[in-house]
Design a protein around this ligand. Structure first.
Ligand code: ZN
Length: 266
């Protein structure tokens, strides 16, 4: 299959999927999300693939959802239309990555913001480079209740998740490692090789055993309520799209809201 907004590389048993809208800091358009899922579906059924890496071309992993497209095409969505769009492309697609039957690694440099934060944290492991930073500023910029998938407390702890979401501030790669959200931090120039080396080490193990390990660890989190909590937040997040704060931001222009708060986003 050929793609326009992502690139796919094969490295033996490792497949690397790269978000490829560099000029837009890999902002996630509808097409990009659909292509990303198609690439995961291909990797799922391809028996030559044992591990998947997700990365971004250029200086940034991903600045989040494409808000220019959101403004142009979805600003006046009804409750029903927005629910359907976000349930499929944001919630279900994200959880498909979480549930993907093979190990996944996010390789993250530069901005890993909002929708980008969501995708990276759906992966089993995260390798970041020195330039990486993580944030979800949409409570400040858009009046939204975080992003659609509230993975934050599960990967960074409730205390730090509240700080990041309440303040709209950024977490550095080093800080992300200290709180256990990131597995390793490497120099920017080494990021691609480091992710590949880790993926190739993982790919040496028989795939079925890896699949069962992942299944059991994810079930350990489900036993603590992860899936129920994520589903509940999705509903809550939809409520925030009808709030005065969100509608005011929408009327000003969603993309403008971001540009006026450059420190709060990327
Ligand atoms: Zn939303």
């Amino acid at each position: 299959m050929t793609y326009e907004t992502i690139e796919v590389e094969n490295h033996g048993a490792v497949r690397r999927i790269l978000l490829a809208r560099e000029a837009q800091r890999n902002a996630q358009s509808q097409q990009m999300l659909d292509e990303l899922m198609a690439a995961f579906d291909e990797a799922r059924v391809d028996n030559s693939v044992n591990v998947v890496i997700v990365g971004g071309k250029g200086a940034h992993f991903s600045a989040g959802h494409d808000l220019k497209q959101a403004q142009a095409e979805r600003a006046n969505f009804t409750v029903e239309e927005r629910w359907a769009y976000e349930e499929l492309r944001y919630f279900d697609y994200s959880l498909k990555i979480w549930d993907f039957p093979k190990p996944t690694i996010a390789q993250v440099q530069g901005a890993c913001v909002a929708g980008g934060f969501m995708i990276a944290n759906m992966c089993d492991l995260v390798i970041a480079s020195d330039s990486a930073y993580f944030s979800d500023p949409v409570g400040h910029t858009l009046g939204a209740a975080a992003t659609e998938v509230l993975i934050h407390p599960w990967v960074m702890g409730a205390r730090k998740a509240k700080e990041m979401l309440f303040t709209g501030s950024k977490i550095t790669a080093q800080e992300a490692k200290e709180i256990g959200m990131v597995n390793r931090v490497v120099a920017d120039a080494e990021l691609g090789d480091a992710a590949l080396a880790m993926a190739q080490q993982i790919a040496k193990a028989p795939p079925f055993g890896l699949r069962l390990i992942k299944r059991s660890i994810n079930r350990s989190l489900d036993a603590q309520g992860l899936r129920t909590a994520l589903e509940a937040h999705f509903d809550t997040h939809q409520l925030s799209h009808l709030s005065e704060g969100f509608l005011t931001a929408r009327d000003r222009g969603l993309a403008n809201a971001i540009q006026k708060n450059p420190e709060k986003t990327a």
